[in-house]
Each structure stands twice: as structure tokens, then as C-alpha cells.
Design a protein around this ligand. Structure first.
Ligand code: ADP
Ligand code: ASP
Ligand code: MG
Length: 482
């Protein structure tokens, strides 16, 4: 069996869902389990509705709900002829009724807790999976819609719940495996799950990729396909740099590094379950099903290029923490990290000197409460609106001259570097710049690192002493492995 995940733009309207049906038909013999995201922008709109309700603006919240209802019903009626549409309509309407009730409750209480947020967001994937499954059946693809809340079991960390792998595996065996045995195509919403008590949860924004990989690993899939709106994993975000190129093959390690440093095409945790079971993951374009896409697997043939790709992660804050007497006392680092841990604040980079520790963290998690906790024993300053840029490639290991080349490009783009990190993972060079500098830095880096392979290697060679140039240029002369 295989898992095929379709993202928001791949199910954004009736035409997109038609394309999905044809793609799934082309894989029907492989025993697909289909995982879908909410239709494009729906999760954002549900969140906006929740925020309006929490602010007491019930009418605005219900307007959002009405427009979501309209959009889903019109996609469903376009996809399903007469009676089929009428058969599905009650299931859709009962979800809209629940959504309205929830928003009304939030507006009455003026409170949107993480727990209610997850309940609210779950409607996106519940609705899209209903519609996609019905559209398949009408097109002769015998399918069964499965409620993912009954399959993906998680802890109760609402909005970023952690999967309970053992329970989830058992539920998938019980509910999904028998459908495959009956030659049915299970259609499931990604992103959503529930606690052992049945309370809806979500596993973090963009989490449908992760759901697909959890399901694929639990069911021992032959491969996991992530269908999206770009040709595959690319040398950088094509929406940032029009010169980005398709990467045909990439190792798990490199792709995981890119995903965790901002390559949104994959949720950061996606590859973990796949790596554990050594299941190849493909990234493919639902608008160009014949395209080669990207194959991500354990080992890929060597290539001579020093860099595989560049990622940028915005919404980063730099937090500077200094000891109160101008020096770092014993145990200070441990104490500082414990505060970040307590606030579930993800620390991406740490640098320390005699007098202070500087951390680059996700802005959303570095709230005033965290700063207040640090200020109990330290002096703290924060600098929001920063971004982490990572240059990733297995060939970076021990490659001389590459750092000079990278920072030369960033300087040539007129961009100031705030923090630098290499070493934690030998396959990336990571640095922090201002968020507004990301386009200039990434475009310049991309054009310098990828414009012409020979030129890159020669520039690197020029930046190291002549006696050592052989080490830099050598890999280019070697034939490609196969
Ligand atoms: P989906 O809705 O299918 O999950 P996402 O919007 O989450 O799609 O991810 C696809 C987007 O990821 C692309 O439109 C692209 O802008 C962005 N992206 C960032 N880095 C990369 C990269 N290295 N390769 C491809 N896409 C990337
Ligand atoms: N719909 C969810 C989101 O927008 C999950 C996903 O698309 O992967 O974050
Ligand atoms: Mg996504």
C-alpha cells in the first residue's frame, strides 16, 4: 500500500479535486490511503472566525462560517451529480451546525482556549475529507471516508499535540487495514486527531504531511507521496526565488534539515516516521502529475555540488540573556534553557560568550511570560522580526572555503549577519539576519551557489590557499556515483 497526501491548494476547489481523483486513479493498483488537508486558506479562516468570536464579534465570526459553508457546498455540488450531492449534504450541514454552535459559544464566553481552537480547526479537514471521498465514489473509485480523530491518537498538548504512536498504529490496523483488504480507498483528514478521551486535537500547522507519514509508517507503506503546488523539493522556495530548481533526489538527512529550517513544503516532523521505517517519500506536483518530483530516501548517489538547497525560516526572535553582574554564573545556561523548555519555546540556535547567551527562537513561543521568567535572574533583551537562513548539503562536511563563499554572497547583498551556527549538524551552515533581508540574501546566495556549478567551485577554490585547492576542486573531477 501507499499513502498519498494532498495539500490545501491540491483540494482547493472542484477542479483541483477532479485532478486529485485522476491522480489517485493512476495509483489505484498500489492500494492508496489518501490523506487530505483542509481546502486552501480554510484553516486560516477558521482561526480568524475564532478570533473574531473571542473578541465578542459574533456576527463577523458567523459571516466567516457562512462563507465557508458556501464554498464547501458549491465545490460539493459541482463535483457530485443530484442525488449524490443530496446524500452528502446532511453530513456537511451537521458540521456547519456544530461550527456555528462552537463560534456562538466562543463569542458568549469571549474565550478561545487551545482546546476549543483544535475543535474549531478540525472542521477544515473533516469537511474536505467528506467531499473528496464522495467525489471519488462518484468517479468509480470505491472509497471510504475515515474519521482521523478516531485513528490519530495524541496527547493533550492542544494545537501542537504529540502523536501516541502505539495507539495510533493499533487504530489504523483496526479501522484502515480492513478497508484496504476490501479494495476500498480510505480517505482521511490530515492534521487532526484526538486524545484517548476523544477530545479533538491538532498536531501543528502544516501537520497533514506529518499525518501522512505517521499513517505510512504505521501501515508499512511502500512509499509516501506528498502532492503539493510546486514541482517538488527545490533548491530554495520558488516563491522567493524564481531561479529555484527541482531537486530530483535528496537524502532524508538533508531534507529533514531543510524542513526544520523553514522549507515549508514539508512539515518539520514529516520525515521522522519515514526514516524509522526507511520508507521513501516523494514530493510531487498535483498540477503536473507527470512531473518527476523529488525522491527523498536514506541514501542518494553523490553529486559534486557543495550545496543541496537554501531554506529560510521567518518569525524568529533573538533573545539576549545576560548575567546580572556582567558575567555568567555557574549553572546559568542550564537555568536559562530550563525556562525555554518550561514555556515549550523551541530554541533553534544558541551562542554564548563570557557575559551573555544569545538564542534564536520561534517568535510565537517567545512571549512576555517567558521574558518575565528570565528576568527573575537575568537581564533580557529581545529582537523580533529576524529570520534563520540555512545552507544545507551533505557535501558541506569538511568542505573548505564554503563558509567564506556563503558569507561573501550575503555581504555582497548588503545584508548584515547577526548570528552564525555550524557544527551542530555538519550538513548545514546557518545564520540569522533581519526578516526583511531574506529575499535579497536568499536570491544572491542562490545565484552565487547555483548559477553555474563550475563557477561555484572555482570561487570556493579561490578563497583557500593554492596548496589546498585540490581538496576543493577534486570532487568535481570524479565521475558521478550511480
Ligand atoms: P500544501 O498546502 O500542499 O501543504 P504548502 O504551502 O504547505 O503546501 O507547501 C508548499 C510551499 O512550500 C510552496 O508553495 C513553496 O512556496 C514552499 N517552499 C518553501 N521552501 C521550498 C522548497 N525548498 N521547495 C519547494 N517548495 C518550498
Ligand atoms: N490545514 C492545516 C493547516 O493549514 C494542516 C495542513 O494544511 O497541513 O495548517
Ligand atoms: Mg503544507
Amino acid at each position: 500500500m501507499i499513502v498519498m497526501k494532498f495539500g490545501g491548494t491540491s483540494v482547493e476547489d472542484a477542479a483541483a479535486i477532479e485532478r486529485v481523483a485522476e491522480i489517485v486513479r493512476s495509483r489505484a493498483a498500489d492500494g492508496p490511503v489518501v490523506v487530505v488537508s483542509a481546502m486552501a486558506r480554510v484553516t486560516d479562516q477558521l482561526l480568524a472566525a475564532g478570533k473574531a468570536a473571542a473578541a465578542g464579534d459574533r456576527d463577523r465570526a458567523l459571516e466567516f462560517a457562512a462563507s465557508l459553508r458556501q464554498r464547501h457546498l458549491s465545490a460539493a455540488s459541482e463535483l457530485l451529480p443530484g442525488t449524490h450531492f443530496f446524500n452528502l449534504q446532511p453530513a456537511l450541514e451537521s458540521n456547519f451546525k456544530l461550527l456555528q454552535d462552537l463560534l456562538t459559544g466562543v463569542a458568549t464566553l469571549h474565550e478561545l482556549s487551545p482546546r476549543s481552537t483544535d475543535c474549531l480547526l478540525s472542521f477544515g479537514e473533516l469537511l474536505s475529507s467528506e467531499i473528496v471521498s464522495a467525489a471519488f465514489s462518484v468517479r468509480g473509485l470505491a472509497s471510504a471516508r475515515v474519521d482521523s480523530r478516531e485513528c490519530l491518537l495524541t496527547d493533550a498538548s492542544y494545537t501542537k499535540a504529540a502523536p501516541l504512536f502505539g495507539e495510533t498504529g493499533a487504530r489504523l490496523e483496526a479501522r484502515v487495514r480492513p478497508l484496504l483488504a476490501q479494495q476500498l480507498i480510505p480517505v482521511m483528514g490530515g492534521f487532526i486527531g484526538s486524545t484517548l478521551d476523544g477530545v479533538p486535537t491538532t498536531i501543528g500547522r502544516g501537520g497533514s504531511d506529518y499525518s501522512a507519514s505517521i499513517f505510512g509508517a504505521a501501515l508499512n507503506a511502500e512509499r509516501i507521496e506528498i502532492w503539493t503546488d510546486v514541482p517538488g523539493m527545490m533548491t530554495t522556495d520558488p516563491n522567493l526565488c524564481s531561479e529555484a530548481r527541482l531537486i530530483e533526489e535528496i537524502s532524508f538527512e538533508e531534507a529533514a534539515e531543510l524542513a526544520s529550517f523553514g522549507a515549508k513544503v514539508l512539515h518539520p516532523a514529516t520525515l521522522l516516521p519515514a526514516i524509522e521505517k526507511s520508507i521513501p517519500v516523494f514530493v510531487l506536483n498535483s498540477r503536473d502529475a507527470a512531473g518527476a518530483g523529488t525522491c527523498i530516501r536514506a541514501h542518494v548517489p553523490g553529486n559534486h555540488h557543495p550545496v543541496r538547497a537554501i531554506a529560510a525560516k521567518r518569525h524568529t526572535t533573538i533573545v539576549n540573556v545576560a548575567g546580572e553582574r556582567g558575567e555568567i554564573p555557574r549553572g546559568f545556561l542550564r537555568e536559562v534553557l530550563a525556562v525555554f523548555d518550561r514555556h515549550q519555546c523551541q530554541v533553534d540556535i544558541v551562542a554564548s560568550s563570557q557575559v551573555r547567551i544569545t538564542l534564536a527562537v520561534e517568535s510565537d513561543t517567545a512571549g512576555p511570560q517567558l521574558v518575565a521568567d528570565l528576568e527573575r535572574f537575568a537581564q533580557v533583551t529581545s529582537e523580533p522580526r529576524q529570520a534563520i537562513v540555512s545552507v544545507v548539503g551533505e557535501n558541506l562536511r569538511g568542505r573548505q572555503g564554503i563558509a567564506a563563499s556563503i558569507f561573501g554572497s550575503v555581504a555582497a547583498a548588503g545584508v548584515n549577519v547577526r548570528m552564525i551556527s555550524q557544527g551542530a549538524s555538519e550538513i548545514n551552515i546557518t545564520f540569522v539576519i533581519r526578516e526583511e533581508d531574506v529575499p535579497a540574501a536568499v536570491r544572491r546566495l542562490h545565484s552565487d551557489l547555483f548559477a553555474d556549478d563550475q563557477a561555484v567551485v572555482h570561487r570556493m577554490a579561490a578563497s583557500v590557499p593554492a596548496s589546498r585547492q585540490q581538496a576543493v576542486t577534486e570532487p568535481v573531477l570524479q565521475p558521478e556515483e550511480s
